[in-house]
Ligand binder design. Structure first.
Ligand code: NDP
Length: 276
């Protein structure tokens, strides 16, 4: 029989590493599957998803700007997906219904805890940005029991609203980037899209506690401006989101195939590749 088909939909999609990551997982686990990338605009999204599944496709990843639309299309959602109102993984169920999950949050937590050895319990966390990525990670972050999560955004109202939406889950508040400076943090997560245009969010210099970790959700061949900022400010570790990318993919692979691939060799390979 032909290999089961999977794909990532996004717009644009040219830069994606997901087909490569899933090909490595398939090789490692001996699973037979075919994973491709497709440029799909928001207008064509629903038709493309329905066609993909009608033609035998088994699972989809959805990336920018399609995660909110994926949430709408799912018949059944995980708890993480339900509350984040964004979905990055769709799976076709036996009865033909579509199940949706958001594996971004668990991907980030696994990278921080397992790969980087960071605990979040009783830590002070600063989350920069109040867009789709922040939405996906706030629930899983609060479940780790931090003593405080502060969301800071260029447009302050968006951070305040997002904090209000999630305040039932733990100690979270929102503010503007320009309100920062009075408090220092153990973990600073950059979930803005500033790195994608080579920019650094405007940050004061005194927001890192001793031994702090800086983590940019964005990733690239070169260290991002935020990763460099963290290094200059003396963070204990300052890394980008390649580990999260591989971990969220592994979680999607597990939803689809019921097997959890080993992520460490895949992260190593991607890191070696970009170092040349
Ligand atoms: P959105 O477009 O939904 O949100 C963008 C956010 O960034 C907004 O809060 C916006 O602020 C802020 N922002 C943009 N430019 C600047 C700037 N120059 N200075 C300060 N703030 C800025 O994007 P997403 O949330 O979907 O994505 C955010 C990042 O997360 C991307 O880099 C993406 O690649 C990454 N990501 C990585 C994943 C991984 O697996 N590693 C998974 C998911 C996302 P405002 O509201 O004021 O406009």
């Amino acid at each position: 029989p032909p290999a089961d088909r999977y794909a990532v939909f996004g717009h644009p999609i040219g830069h994606t590493r997901s087909p490569c990551i899933h090909a490595l997982f398939a090789e490692q686990t001996g699973e037979r599957l075919n994973y491709t990338a497709q440029d799909v605009t928001p207008d064509a999204f629903e038709t493309s998803v329905r066609e993909f599944f009608a033609n035998g496709g088994k699972g989809l990843n959805c990336t920018v700007p399609l995660k909110e639309l994926a949430w709408k299309i799912a018949d059944l959602r995980s708890e993480d997906a339900e509350r984040s109102k964004a979905i990055n993984t769709l799976a076709l169920c036996q009865d033909g219904t579509i199940y949706g999950d958001n594996t971004d949050g668990i991907g980030l937590i696994r990278d921080l805890k397992i790969n980087l050895g960071r605990t979040l319990e009783s830590r002070r966390v600063l989350l920069l940005g109040a867009g789709g990525a922040s939405r996906g990670i706030i629930g899983p972050l609060l479940e780790q029991g931090p003593s405080r999560v502060m969301i800071a955004n260029r447009t302050p109202e968006k951070a305040v609203r997002l904090a209000e939406e999630f305040c039932g889950l733990g100690p979270i508040t929102g503010c503007g980037l320009s309100d920062l400076g009075a408090e220092a943090f153990d973990l600073v997560l950059n979930a803005t899209s500033a790195s994608l245009t080579g920019e650094l969010p405007k940050l004061p210099g005194n927001i890192l506690r001793t031994g702090a970790c800086c983590y940019d959700l964005a990733y690239g061949v070169e260290p991002t401006p935020f990763v460099r900022w963290g290094q200059e400010m003396g963070a204990d570790i300052s890394v980008d989101g390649i580990g999260m990318l591989v971990e969220q993919a592994a979680e999607a692979f597990f939803i689809w195939r019921g097997i959890r691939p080993d992520t460490a060799p895949v992260i190593d390979l991607l890191n070696r590749e970009r170092r040349g």
